[in-house]
Design a protein around this ligand. Structure first.
Ligand code: PLP
Length: 467
């Protein structure tokens, strides 16, 4: 076997089997892929002093080219069924939108919009006009601004109010969220100088007051979303911070993180201060995410005093952090539910967090029955039962609090991890939970209709585990 007997690129392109492939990609891409595959085989021949037969080479190249090109056609962002029981799962895209909010977004973004146009006057408008009054009405803020995410919101606030000046923050609140949002780093990026006060477990009002000097720009409070320091601790209450800010003439900013717009304490979720409450305490600005407890798309919301919001609208950094029309459409549709007053029934995240215990049990039992039905006559030995489990809010909210829920537990002779892996490879992919060697599917985080898909997914995954 020598290079001379390698088929030419043209010969492969002319092969009738290529026709179907060429329908799915450009001629250039097919050429590149074929050249690369032939190159690989040429190397193999050099290395091994041997290689596949000529007619095998043609088939091999065509098959590999088809696989590669088909893979390029596959979307990498795929639908996932969340059986983990973690409602705000950052790896799974946090908040799912309601069907209506998603449809509204799709509808609006298929055409042109008045994104930056005042329809009445025909003059140029601002994209920031769209959500502002709705947020003001819901939160009671004087003004509001929406940016790309909460990290961007914090960056913009720090850069606008604190650049080349000092921002005072408690040592107990230097949070890291999701590995990439860290207060010291974002502070450095913003050009503000961070002044840490107090200690990890205790910070007193006097620590803040004592750190104020001529270079001070603002006092920052950060909600310790994803952890709690317990034991012998003290943080400065927001009201105290507001009082210090007032005395010293400095703005007080709270990075709330999750930023719930409704009080979830009737459902046992007590640690998350609402945006409204924060503003009522007198803070000048609050920042929070659109896709955590609010239940909307990825976005960062800044709400508070108009004079500061206006300064931020003039900051050129805003151009790099600006929110897209897709986000505006989805957030506007989500916020409508809050205006209507029934978000726990209509915003998926809130519906999941507030779903009745009995309903969760009923749903888990329905799912178990459907799985049993699908598995009739299936040889593989496993036991199936409905159990009480602990779900999580996730997204860095309520780190210490579990949500009592229900799930379907599958205990099998084989490897539960392997089954979990096979479930992730199905279409749609499914995420489950492994607990004490068993596989668990939580009822809480399943969306309407997904329970109907699970039995067949599970059967396929079990078959593949066995194979
Ligand atoms: C989640 C969170 C952030 C980051 O928000 P993103 O919307 O993910 O950018 C910042 N601060 C706090 C306190 C958070 O909880």
């Amino acid at each position: 076997m020598s290079y001379k007997s390698l088929p030419s690129v043209d010969e492969i392109l002319r092969d009738p089997r290529m026709a179907a492939i060429l329908e799915n990609c450009t001629h250039e891409l097919a050429l590149t892929v074929i050249r690369e595959e032939l190159g690989r085989i040429r190397e193999e021949i050099t290395r091994e002093k041997n290689g596949p037969e000529r007619h095998h080479i043609v088939s091999l190249v065509i098959r590999t080219a088809a696989e590669r090109i088909n893979k390029l056609q596959d979307a990498t962002l795929k639908r996932v069924i969340n059986g983990s029981g973690v409602v705000l799962h950052t790896n799974l895209g946090r908040a799912p939108l309601s069907r209506e909010a998603a449809a509204c977004t799709a509808e609006l973004t298929q055409g042109y919009t008045n994104l930056e146009l005042e329809l009445a006057s025909g003059k140029r408008g601002s994209r920031y006009q769209h959500l502002e009054s709705t947020i003001m009405n819901i939160t009671g803020a004087e003004a509001a601004l929406v940016v790309n995410n909460n990290a961007a919101a914090v960056l913009l606030v720090l850069n606008t109010l604190g650049r080349d000046r000092e921002v005072i923050v408690s040592r107990g609140q230097l949070v890291e969220i999701g590995g990439s949002f860290r207060i010291p780093e974002i502070m450095a990026m913003s050009g503000a100088r961070m002044v840490e006060v107090g200690t990890t477990n205790k910070t007193h009002p006097a620590d803040f007051a004592g750190a104020v000097n001529d270079h001070s720009a603002m006092l920052l409070a950060v909600h310790t979303s994803n952890y709690r320091i317990v034991g012998f601790t003290q943080e400065v209450e927001l009201a105290e911070l507001v009082e210090i800010g007032r005395q010293k003439g400095l703005p007080v900013v709270q990075d709330l993180g999750s930023g719930s717009l409704i009080d979830l304490s009737p459902w046992g979720l007590k640690d998350e201060p609402t945006v409204q409450k924060c503003l009522q305490t007198g803070v000048d600005l609050v920042t929070f995410s659109g896709d955590k407890l609010l239940g909307g798309p990825q976005a960062g919301i800044i709400a508070g005093k108009r004079k500061y919001i206006e300064q931020m609208k003039k900051n050129h950094l805003l151009r790099a952090l600006r929110v897209d029309k897709l986000t505006i459409a989805a957030l506007e549709a989500t916020l409508k539910y809050y205006v209507k007053g029934d978000p726990t029934a209509t915003v998926p995240v809130l519906e999941m967090l507030t779903r009745k215990h009995e309903l969760l049990q009923q749903q888990a039992e329905g799912l178990a029955a459907a799985i049993r039905g699908e598995m009739q006559g299936f040889g593989k030995a496993f036991t199936l039962r409905v159990i009480e489990i602990m779900d999580k809010v996730g997204g860095g909210a309520y780190p210490l609090q579990d949500l009592p829920g229900y799930g379907v537990e599958l205990t099998l002779e084989g490897d539960a991890e392997m089954l979990a892996r096979q479930l992730r490879n199905q279409e749609p992919a499914m995420i489950s939970r492994i607990q004490e060697g068993s596989l668990i599917i939580s009822a809480r985080t399943l969306l309407a209709g997904e329970d109907k898909l699970i039995p067949a997914l599970l059967r396929r995954a079990l078959e593949e585990t066995k194979a």
